[in-house]
Design a protein around this ligand. Structure first.
Ligand code: G1P
Length: 284
């Protein structure tokens, strides 16, 4: 069994890029084909062998927790009517092995701060995954390969942190964390020399952007405890990862093999829906 048992999923963001959709519903609850975005992401964690999810959330987002909770009345009513297929759809949302815990982020102080809110829910020394739920990571058509699962396997084999990356256009680098490393092939990892959050194009160490899938050591939580604000005056996870390397720990960039859909903005979300709906056989 993998050492990486828990994934921290920050869901406390306002989702301003999805307004007006996300005014009264959490952006993580927008549908992608036939299920909410967050369900796709939790399914990805399960596929990687990670069964314990820690949601870092805030007021107004309880629909996310409700989605994974039992709904006794509905289940009872479906059972009475013999609607077994729908009952199965419901029970597949939260298989028995899935454990969901949530913790609140009282102040929006940045991604690093959000992740640190889960520190007390990890055992001392326990490695963990981080999944940013805006971005869907799906295998290539016809493949079952789970990139997060490959990252977990690499951690288990080598104990080296894994940061998922993909190439972006030079003019897009200012939106992302950008890693300093030799380019790994798809599905492979390379040692990183550094990582910088939202660099200016002329200062970017490469065009390899951090996608939002990480496998990290417990030490990151200790570094985040006193991490000063960085880009955008926010406490950045990227900066703590950079410090990890400065301490001499091996951090590797894992080059994604699958496909990403950035559902944090309208166009990417529409793209995910049209592409994945056609693949699922819907005639649209
Ligand atoms: C966050 C991370 C950034 C990463 C990005 C991926 O930024 O800080 O390093 O590249 O997610 O989506 P955000 O999009 O929250 O500004």
């Amino acid at each position: 069994m993998t050492q990486v048992r828990k994934a921290v999923i920050p869901v406390a963001g306002f989702g301003t890029r999805l307004l007006p959709i996300s005014k009264a519903i959490p952006k993580e609850m927008v549908p992608v084909v036939d299920r909410p975005l967050i369900q796709h992401v939790v399914e990805e964690a399960l596929a990687a062998g990670i069964n314990e999810i820690i949601l870092v959330t805030r007021t107004g987002k309880s629909a996310i927790e409700d989605h994974f909770d039992a709904h006794f009345e509905l289940e009872h009513s479906l059972a009475d009517k013999g609607k077994d297929a729908l009952l199965e759809t419901l029970s597949a949302i939260a298989p028995p092995k899935l454990k969901i815990t949530s913790v609140r982020q009282a102040n929006a102080k940045g991604l690093g701060h959000a992740i640190h809110c889960a520190a007390h829910l990890l055992d001392d020394g326990e490695p963990f995954a981080v999944i940013l739920p805006d971005v869907l990571v799906k295998p290539q058509v016809g493949s079952q390969e789970c990139d997060l699962g490959s990252m977990v396997e690499r951690w288990d084999a080598q104990g080296a942190s894994q940061i998922m990356v993909e190439a972006v256009a030079q003019e897009e680098v200012y939106r992302y964390g950008i890693v300093d490393c030799d380019e790994p092939k798809a599905g492979e990892s390379a040692d990183m020399r550094g990582v910088v959050e939202k660099p200016k194009p002329e200062q970017a160490p490469s065009r390899l952007s951090v996608i939002g899938r990480y496998v990290l050591p417990y030490r990151i939580m200790e570094l985040l405890a006193d991490q000063p604000p960085g880009a955008g005056n926010e406490i950045q996870l990227t900066d703590a990862i950079d410090r990890l390397m400065q301490e001499g720990q091996t951090v590797q960039a894992f080059r994604m093999h699958g496909r990403t859909f950035d559902c944090g903005h309208i166009e990417g979300w529409l793209q995910a829906n049209t592409t994945l709906a056609r693949e699922a056989g819907f005639d649209i």
